[in-house]
Design a protein around this ligand. Sequence first.
Ligand SMILES: [Zn+2]
Length: 445
Amino acid sequence: MSIGLSTRVWLVLTIYASPLVGHGQARPLPGPDVQQIYQRLLPQIEKIPIFDHHAHPGFADDPDVDAMASPPGSAALRTRDTNPELVAASKALFGYRYNDLSPEHARWLVQKKAELKKAQGNAYFSNLLDKLNIEEGVANRAMMADYLDPKRFPWVFFADSFMWPFDNQRERVRNRDEEVYIPLQEKMLHRWMHQENVDKLPADFAGYLAFVSRVLEDNQKKGGIAMKFEVAYFRSTKFGDPTREQAEDVYQRFLSGGIPSEKEYRTFQDCIFRFLVREGGRLHLPVHIHSAVGIGDYFSLSEGNILNLENILRDPRYSSTVFVMIHGGYPYEHQAIWLAAVKNVYLDTSLMELDMYPSEFRHVLKTWLETFPDKITFGTDSFPYNETLGAEESYWLGVQSARTALAAALAEMISEGEVSEPQALQLAHCYVHDNAVGIYDGRLH
Ligand SMILES: [Zn+2]
């Protein structure tokens, strides 16, 4: 089900226009009723069908689950395979009988999942969504898998590779992470070229842009609902504003070989990124951007800071492009929520509810719900980390964390006299489902 933008604006206005129940003025502390309110809200929130705005569903041995791979690096405490909550996940999803994930016990789990995959075939992941009350879940993948039902898993494809068409030798050797990432971008670009029957880069810049547009259009015809950038892993997210001629000049000089200087490469990329953003507006393909801390040893927090994108997000030339800031700018989420003041900018919470425990994530949600509740969306960032911590368990952890943190945040808001209980439940619907679905204006199943 989808509700249009105007309906949503009306809804949020209605929520806040109705008089508050009970109190005339908001209070700074919750009352003794907060625990009871939480207990009342949680089961109601669990009944709301979810739209998961960002995830990478698939099996651990499927190379198309992402357009890049994880280099060796450190994962935050909660996302390590030592997290005892994974036992609870395995119990809830697979009837796991043990209280630890010792190698011997984990083997039982791997075996159990293999049996279910065999028995359920292509319904395996859809059944998982049913179990978690997820109506639809975005599949942000290099390519779609035939074992995912496109009616339940709308595809979000990757658009970064168009920015790396030249000799990438210097880009690759910058550090160990880039040695993993850059060849995968090259591979992705070649897959797009193969898809369009292009065996070498077009002879001129206009031809290259036409090729990029054809890929976007064809991906949309194949069911793609949005394009995704994870550019912060490869370069700064501060984009300049070069002229088309400057980018064209770089293209002509390096199209058939030679290594552009860093400045030349960035000029070309800045232009391509802006072109893709404009195309997103023309084609009604929302632009998803990884906007948080990333994995690996060399991810630069300052170069990837969400606020670097402010000049793009607030540029009136892109006002018809919908932006979804994936992972909500974490750990700068407190500042990031103010970017949602821009009418075409949305913030997604995926990954935040995995990296943070619910007790901390509830503070983030509360601030966001109190600021732009009509512009925030839920996602899990589910991903098959390995055979035991699969996409299945990360779906469970994301959903459980968000539901409990949401119930806690809303319970406090009710107890502090900010919203009534019906208003709070309306906000819950908006966050876990309606806000995201509204972006795609009836283009989902
Ligand atoms: Zn992701």
